[in-house]
Design a protein around this ligand. Structure first.
Ligand code: NAD
Length: 345
């Protein structure tokens, strides 16, 4: 008897999106993918085909499947349309952004890193309540942004992070804030963390709190002192890219956006317009996002095989794309990876 396939929405995305998605699908196919894809469009592709960067059909598909693998979506800076990524987070209340960072290529400056950054995804100073107070071209123009953190929102993300720490056997959780200056906006996050830990998680892992600027410095000086970081939206955005930099850059960094009713998996990097169409993009971040998606649907066996095949292709076969100092293009890397999977990785 064959197991029923898992319906999932597939958004290839803009720029290098289609190139890295094709590579990722080849790897998943070689593994015996459990997913039944529903291909949909968003971002610049959505604007071009239907005038909407987040077409209703795409939203409808995710409502149905509750699961998506997504390539990068282009967002114009300044004017233009609102980020489809932010809209997706809001539409599906994807409150947790989960970014694992692990050293995959040993021998660099930051060996043996295995760190998880959990970022609040819906609140804080990142939610786009921004205003210009100005007269057109006024040299005295004033720009203003407001941030909102709620007790419920803080509790939601902290509970998610603390539960993940327990489930994964993480030894330490660092709660990152700026409550010395933003006493209300990030004070509520710190206070909720302290209360929740004391009430329900005491002794299950080591708990520490840290101001974001000190955290950034310590991450660079000695990242091994961290195991898991949980923080608010904007700080999480910045720190998770910093952590990605420690383990080989954005080309190696996957991310999951988790909500109660849907989960969307993606590469952390953008659409890389400077190299789009050249066939040289590194597909590993999206492949690792696919591995997170396999973990999420409880196919840890396939996820582990995919991660092992990536490790072996990079470190045993020495096949690497240009951003990692290698000479392989996307197709050559993918071919080597598929051979590893088929060879039993
Ligand atoms: P970017 O991540 O696209 O590119 C930054 C640099 O990293 C570029 O030099 C690029 O060539 C390189 N790079 C990125 N991914 C790579 C890969 N897989 N392999 C090799 N090199 C890679 O960041 P950007 O240029 O600031 O943004 C471009 C567009 O992407 C913008 O419209 C932005 O809004 C969007 N974006 C989307 C997402 C997303 O959908 N999750 C995330 C970030 C940025």
């Amino acid at each position: 008897m064959t197991t029923p396939r898992i319906p999932a929405t597939l958004i290839s995305g803009d720029g290098i999106g289609p190139e890295i998605m094709e590579a990722t699908l080849a790897a998943l196919d070689a593994l015996g993918s459990p997913f039944e894809w529903d291909p949909q469009i968003a971002g610049l592709g959505g604007v071009k085909t239907s005038g909407d960067p987040l077409p209703e059909a795409t939203l409808e598909s995710i409502r149905r499947t509750r699961l998506a693998l997504k390539g990068p979506l282009e967002t114009p800076s300044g004017g233009g349309y609102r980020s489809s990524n932010v809209r997706l987070r809001e539409a599906f209340q994807l409150f947790a952004n989960v970014r694992p960072a692990r050293t995959i290529i040993p021998g660099g400056r930051f060996d043996n890193i295995d760190l998880l950054v959990v970022r609040e995804n819906l609140e804080g100073l990142y939610i786009g309540h921004e205003h210009y107070i100005r007269i057109e071209d006024d040299p005295h123009a004033v720009a203003m942004a407001t941030g909102i953190n709620t007790r419920q929102g803080c509790k939601h993300i902290l509970r998610y992070a603390f539960d993940a720490a327990v489930a994964q056997g993480r030894k330490k959780v660092t709660v990152v804030h700026k409550a010395n200056i933003m006493k209300a906006l990030t004070g509520i996050f710190l206070e909720t963390a302290e209360q929740l830990y004391a009430a329900e998680y005491q002794g299950q892992f080591q708990f520490e709190t840290m101001i974001v600027d000190a955290c950034a410095m310590k991450l660079v000086l000695n990242p091994w002192q961290f195991d898991m970081i949980v923080t608010t939206n904007l700080f999480g955005d910045i720190l998770s890219d910093l952590v990605a930099g420690l383990v080989g850059g954005l080309g190696m960094a996957p991310g999951a956006n988790i909500g109660a009713d849907a989960a969307i998996f993606e590469a952390v990097h953008g659409s890389a317009p400077d190299i789009a169409g050249k066939g040289i993009a590194n597909p590993i971040a999206l492949m690792l996002a696919a591995a997170q998606m396999l973990d999420h649907v409880k196919r840890v066996d396939l996820a582990d095989r995919l991660r092992t095949a990536i490790d072996q292709t990079l470190n045993v076969d020495n096949v690497r794309t240009g951003d990692l100092g290698g000479g392989a293009n996307t197709i050559a890397f993918t071919k080597a990876l598929v051979a590893r999977i088929k060879g039993g990785a």
